[in-house]
Design a protein. Structure first.
Length: 272
């Protein structure tokens, strides 16, 4: 697992966007062999999406032959609801780039049979050739997608009941009314994410520092589901300084020394 520590949220977002852009450009996708990208929602990746849009608008990146699979969607929330993840993705990303609508895949939380919807989603990922790069964020309790603490690390796409902490964290998107927040969601599993050829997690702010500590400093633990990234052969975490306040000093210094030696942060911050 590679950990890249950036100065602040803006630098983290530039690093992540440039990294993703380089992967797509180097892959040189075609209609016959598209680049398959896994997409998260939430506040953390907003800067990443803005930077990807900027790179696209500058003519350096095309999404014409990119296929996307989103991580999750609320259950029983209309797609047109402003807080649905369908709305989030089209408002904040898809409507600003040249992606084809038929190449966008988002779970249907209103499907008549949610189990079948989840099963078909896994089949669609397989039919697309698997995910080349899965972007993601982490919750304050270390969850990835909606794989709450205690989730199986081998899990696949399924229905999950959200924890009280997650519901309260998402209140800010629903007029701070806990009763308006959906209590269930469809989500890719930890195993689904880990099956991607590469994973890139963004993590920012002091509210994520405890989670980052458990994900990096401790061993793999199903109570901190993003810690499964430790066993991924191409797992990456890019974070800001504020998210590192709970890391062990030796851990923090190791990754700072390593990235200074490799010049990895400067390279991706200034790539595009």
């Amino acid at each position: 697992m590679r950990v890249s520590i950036t100065k602040d949220y803006d630098e983290m977002s530039k690093w992540a966007a440039n990294y993703v852009a380089e992967k797509i450009i180097t892959f040189n996708p075609t209609p016959e062999k598209p680049f398959v990208l896994g997409c998260p929602t939430g506040s953390s990746p907003l800067g990443l999406y803005k930077q990807l849009i900027k790179i696209y608008e500058e003519g350096k990146l095309s999404f014409e032959n990119v296929v996307t699979f989103n991580m999750d969607e609320y259950v029983n929330l209309p797609e047109e609801h402003p807080e649905s993840y369908h709305s989030f993705m089209w408002t904040n990303f898809f409507s600003h780039i040249n992606i084809k609508k038929e190449n966008v895949h988002i779970l249907n939380g209103n499907a008549p049979d949610l189990a079948v919807e989840c099963e078909n989603y896994e089949k669609a990922i397989e039919a697309a050739g698997g995910i080349d790069l899965f972007m993601g964020g982490i919750g304050p309790d270390g969850h990835i997608a909606f794989n709450e603490p205690g989730s199986s690390l081998g899990s696949k796409t399924r229905v999950k009941t959200l924890t009280t902490n997650t519901i309260q964290a998402n209140c800010r998107f629903f007029n701070n009314d806990v009763n308006l927040v959906p209590k269930q969601a469809l989500t890719v599993g930890v195993g689904t994410v880990m099956a991607a050829r590469e994973v890139l997690i963004v993590c920012n702010g002091p509210q994520k520092s405890r989670a980052l500590h458990h994900i990096i400093d401790d061993g793999i633990n199903h109570m901190w589901t993003a810690s499964a990234l430790q066993s991924h052969p191409h797992g990456n975490i890019v974070c800001d300084e504020e998210a590192c306040v709970d890391l062990k000093v030796s851990t923090y210094q190791y990754f700072k020394d390593k990235q200074q030696l490799e010049g990895i942060v400067d390279r991706y911050v200034n790539l595009y």
